[in-house]
Design a protein around this ligand. Structure first.
Ligand SMILES: [Zn+2]
Ligand SMILES: [Zn+2]
Length: 93
């Protein structure tokens, strides 16, 4: 089975452990690459790449959702689920 691996972070050069559990998780997701960065650097990169998201209320189901644009009052906003359903509906129409 899996064994903990010690890897070197590409960004900060620090060693970090790619644990057996993480390896299993990666394998389950079908990822064959080993992580190149330590968890801290990965977190930093994720935060940097994350676009600013605004919370909005879905006009259809009322669920709170996040949108990449500032919601305009009076304009309809849909959550991911409703958006998906609408796309499906329009595809079959
Ligand atoms: Zn690092
Ligand atoms: Zn919705």
């Amino acid at each position: 089975m899996y064994q903990d691996q010690t890897l070197t972070c590409e960004d900060c050069g620090k060693e970090f452990v790619f644990s057996a559990g993480e390896q299993e998780f990666y394998a389950q997701k079908g990822l064959t690459n080993t992580p190149k960065r330590c968890p801290e650097c990965r977190k930093i990169r994720r935060q940097k790449s994350r676009r600013k998201m605004y919370s909005a209320i879905c006009s259809k189901c009322g669920a709170e959702t996040k949108v990449p644009f500032k919601p305009t009052e009076g304009k309809e906003v849909f959550c991911k689920e409703c958006y998906k359903q609408m796309q499906k509906a329009s595809a079959t129409a």
